[in-house]
Design a protein around this ligand. Sequence first.
Ligand code: ME8
Length: 546
Amino acid sequence: MNQHTYITTPIYYVNDRPHIGHCYTTTVADAFARLARLRGTGPVFFLTGTDEHADKVVTNALANKFTPIQWADKNAEQFKLAFAFMGATNDDFIRTTQERHTSRVRGYIAALIKSGDIYLGDYSGWYDPSQEEYLTETVAKDAGFVSPVTGQPLIKRTEKNYFFNLAKYEQRLLQHIEAHKGFIQPESRRNEVLGRLRDGLQPVPVSRAITDDPATQFGIRIPGDDSHRIYVWIDALFNYLSTIDTDDRRAFWPPVHFLAKDILWFHAVVWPALLMALHDADPKTYSFVKLPRAVYAHSYWVREGRKMSKSLGNFVEIETLRAYADKYSLDAVRWYLLTQGPLGSTDADFSHAKFVEIYNANLANGLGNCASRVANMIGKYFAGQVPAPAGPITNEVESFAAGIAERYLALADELNLDAALALGTGLISKVDQFINDTQPFKLAKTIEQNPAARDRLGQILYICAEAIRIATVLLSPAIPGKAAHLFKAWGLPALDTSIGAAHAPLTELARFGGDHALKPGHRLIGDNVKPEPLFLRADPAEAPPA
Ligand code: ME8
């Protein structure tokens, strides 16, 4: 089987500095990309990038005495650095000011003008200047004629524009959403979109007039009409297609899109309709353009229960994440974001107390302590060599581990990251429970006189170590650094989920007692060596790192 996987994040506005929200979506996408590589059944393409043709980019650039492109260059670099720091293994980084993007977008728009899906007309509506988007009459009214995102007043505007005839695709889109339960996730978001779709669809403006205002001059020109530029949102959505629209990459289509609830409508409605229109406009060229596999819209990170905003100045900035990583490790930060984040339909609070609690429970006392306990005993009682699993192995640990890779992959297919990772932590809990139940420390005291006790001890420790090996594999997309470190410390083949990583498919790698299992006699740890802890315990009383 050669299944292609294509995973995307939103492309972020370059007028902002990277913060927890951007790092979060990119880390979620990264975990899925790593998981897909671990699956080992086909190539993976993971894309992130920056959205640069926004009015606010020009305004901020000029206010800071930069040209728009200089400003975009400077800030795009900050996003690259932030994501590299987070351990993101993106295969490419698209910037909408790159020629490879702008030239293709002009091609897509030209095809849509030719097919009549995009046409010139008059538009009058409620415009949200803070979000650079028009709202429908209903949404504007429900929001009290202020921006639902920023609370700034909406403006009634009339302009000559190019429009996309969205309503033409309403029925097909409804049918698709209804027939594909996983197309919009999570389910509550799908219901929101379905509800709004039933209000009917308006034409979508896809251009902005160019005037003397420099803000209007930064953008991709409408093909054949230099008095209009392509509206930043339409330009931005096409990044997902322009980046892979090359002979060697087209097979990656269709994508799975990760984003937050703020931009769901564009991704779940406007974008699929544009794709249907493009496909029909030129079925020969765009035969590969199917609808996305899924659009996953998570909720928001908030801080101390309050929305993060510029005016409150309460963003969890990249510097804060760096300080946490310095103190607790980058993997601890990834773990906190991935397991405590707003993947579902409720917002998540970033709290120091919660960070320490989860860090200690899952990492320091969980995987870390369990691995060093077991390695210690193997060091002490078996001269560091993996003991033979004498006798039949039937126990709770092994039954939990049976078929675990298949369950994990099924959850990954449903984009249920929480539940997939919980299989890894669950396996560690089973090992801890098994150690408590079987008391290998006590058993060890009798092995001099009793060879049967030695066999039993060897069997227990084999089961524990093999289960920890499997749990580490399953957790590696979230904590790639520590997982690789543990494998190295235990003398196992490299555990790598980064770009181009090659290893056995997950179903083989994570099979208890299978071909990749720990081999009796393998030197797991030096004789009487005390293993270094993977995660040092955190003191809950300590102040947050600054
Ligand atoms: O909307 N919690 O860019 P953007 C979680 N350029 N995630 C958050 C967040 C928070 N508090 N704040 C932001 C744009 N995000 C457009 C997108 S895509 C074709 C164009 C994340 O810089 C989340 O992924 O405003 C959200 O959707 C995205 O940043 C918005 O980034």
